[in-house]
Design a protein around this ligand. Sequence first.
Ligand SMILES: [Zn+2]
Length: 273
Amino acid sequence: MSILTDRPALRAEIDKVAEVAGYLWQKGWAERNGGNITINVTEHVDDTLRSLPAIAGPFPIGKQLPHLQGCWFYCKGTGRRMRDLARDPMANGSVIRITEDCAHYEIVADEPVMPTSELPSHLAVHDYLLAKGSPYRASLHTHPIELVALTHSRKWMVKDAATRMLWSMIPETRAFCPRGLGIVPYMLPSSVELAEATIKTIDEDYDVVMWEKHGVFAVDTDIMDAFDQVDVLNKAAQIYISAKNMGFDPEGMTEAQMRELSEVFGLPKSTSC
Ligand SMILES: [Zn+2]
């Protein structure tokens, strides 16, 4: 029997992860085992689930994350493919609980699938979000082709240069990714430095952070919203590239047009950020 049986709210959250994993594969953003998803499912865990024994662990996280005490997460499994997770999320990911010492986790799931090797950095982001009182419960790392391509030019690595260009391609980008695209220069994947730089950039008020020549890291209330932000930003990059392919530089919306959007929709950042 699955731990999702008779837990429709928990199942719904994990079904959303599976749906997004399928989109990532279809979009060509999730080659091989690329990308990671973790979601904080604590609010969907009942007392019966809490009382279940672990099927594996405890395992060390590698750091102590005090705001995660009593928290539960669904995590993509290490080495697992998004396209497989889309089909069977409980065979390609697992539910974990953080132990009392906030430094270990145990697997309480259908199968003992070890979580992603990126777990410490994802959990550090969740710890930061909870410490801040953020309603965000999902984190997503993926490799959106056109956004990654942009980072191969110094021009777009300047703070908010890509944000302004992407916002100006289509009004929806300004409206639905109102915090723009944060930029983190190239760092070794899985490194502590990359995790710290990502949290620092989220703290500078970005929901989507671009890792140079690698991919994006996005946070939002749930996994569908995190995916939507990356999808909208990548769509804008595709429009930019389409115009370039037609042989001209896209004009972009004017500052006045973007300012008007900010005022009408009450957006959190000015266009001259
Ligand atoms: Zn990656």
